[in-house]
Design a protein. Structure first.
Length: 339
């Protein structure tokens, strides 16, 4: 009897433990579900997009366009933060040092790479600090001159500039910016001497060009399109192999026999390295959905840019790696050194 009582006691105790454990699991199930739901929810607060450009520049245009779409889709605010100081160095560093939680995005361009390559001690790593999310656009650049310069074509400009050693100057959005390197590539390709004049803001660049104190610049088509259409600046050539549908009357630089002066640009979204892959993939899908809209493609085209919805996050990263090698070789070959 004692043995039977012991067995009954052990069995009943084990059963109570099992029931207790089952009850605990059932009670915990809602908590686990809630945690999973919370983990999956994104975004639950406003997002910011940092661009190392001034208002009106191409990256700013893309950031605001994509930001408005994401804000409407997510039901969360998307704030555009312009940090154009030091030729974009400040904005690019902010992107690198941001929390890797998906709430800080960077709208970057080739300037992120060039700025690092032309700085002796860069405060960020152009590629190692970030992960590619979406290749937003491929962008045409334009050789634009002040209307006070008495030329109508790129060939006339070269003929005008060559005998005026050091008398002409060109504007950029800061030392180490894409517009700076584009200016260097052009002046060296056509054999002219000109003074580089860096500006912090695009609006200051245009003001000085309209006043005739700055003679020319190579800027992205979205940036110069308005002043060119308004007759405040004169577009001489697009710096691509073919003409742009946004400025069909402006020849490509190759048409003047100057293919070595070509210079193209791109813009895309990155996030700090360490951002969860699920967030990267979600952002990519939502941005691509935006880029595939017909009205978005038309909007970009009217601005002289082509949307690039087919590029994957890894594909965009490979593009940036290729660009890094290209511009590193160019800077070394042309001996373009930091100030």
């Amino acid at each position: 009897m004692a043995a039977v009582s012991i067995v009954r006691f052990v069995w009943s105790g084990a059963w109570r433990v099992a029931l207790g454990a089952a009850a605990a699991l059932l009670g915990a199930a809602p908590c686990v579900a809630q945690q999973s739901a919370a983990f999956a929810a994104y975004p639950v607060k406003p997002i910011r997009i940092i661009t190392a450009s001034s208002p009106g520049a191409a990256e700013d245009f893309f950031a605001r366009t994509i930001g408005a779409e994401l804000s409407a889709f997510y039901g969360q605010g998307v704030v555009i933060v312009n940090r154009s100081g030091a030729g974009g160095l400040i904005g690019n560093e902010l992107v690198s040092r941001a929390n890797a939680d998906g709430y800080t995005l960077g709208m970057v361009s080739v300037s992120r790479i060039i700025r690092e390559l032309m700085h002796e001690q860069p405060p960020y790593r152009a590629l190692a600090d970030v992960v590619g999310v979406a290749h937003v656009a491929s962008i045409t650049n334009v050789l634009a001159v002040a209307t006070s310069v008495p030329v109508r074509t790129a060939s006339q400009f070269v003929a005008y500039a060559r005998p005026r050693f050091g008398e002409l100057n060109y504007a950029s959005l800061g030392f180490g910016s894409a517009s700076h390197l584009a200016g260097e590539v052009f002046t060296r390709a056509v054999g002219i001497e000109a003074v580089h004049v860096p500006f912090r803001n695009l609006s200051d660049t245009f003001i000085e060009m309209v006043l005739g104190r700055v003679h020319y610049a190579i800027q992205t088509l979205p940036a110069v399109l308005g002043p060119v259409r308004d007759g405040k600046l004169r577009a001489l050539a697009v710096m691509t192999p073919h003409r742009s549908s946004a400025l069909p009357g402006v020849p490509a630089i190759a048409e003047f026999g100057l293919p070595e002066a070509q210079f193209d640009s791109w813009s895309g979204i990155v996030v700090p390295r360490g951002t969860p892959r699920r967030i990267v993939d979600q952002l990519h899908g939502d941005i691509v959905r935006t880029l595939r809209k017909a009205r978005m493609r038309d909007l970009f085209m009217r601005q002289g840019a082509e949307s690039m919805p087919e590029t994957t996050p890894d594909g965009f990263m490979r593009l940036m790696q290729k660009e890094y090698l290209r511009y590193r070789a160019l800077i070394r070959h042309e001996r373009i050194t930091p100030l």
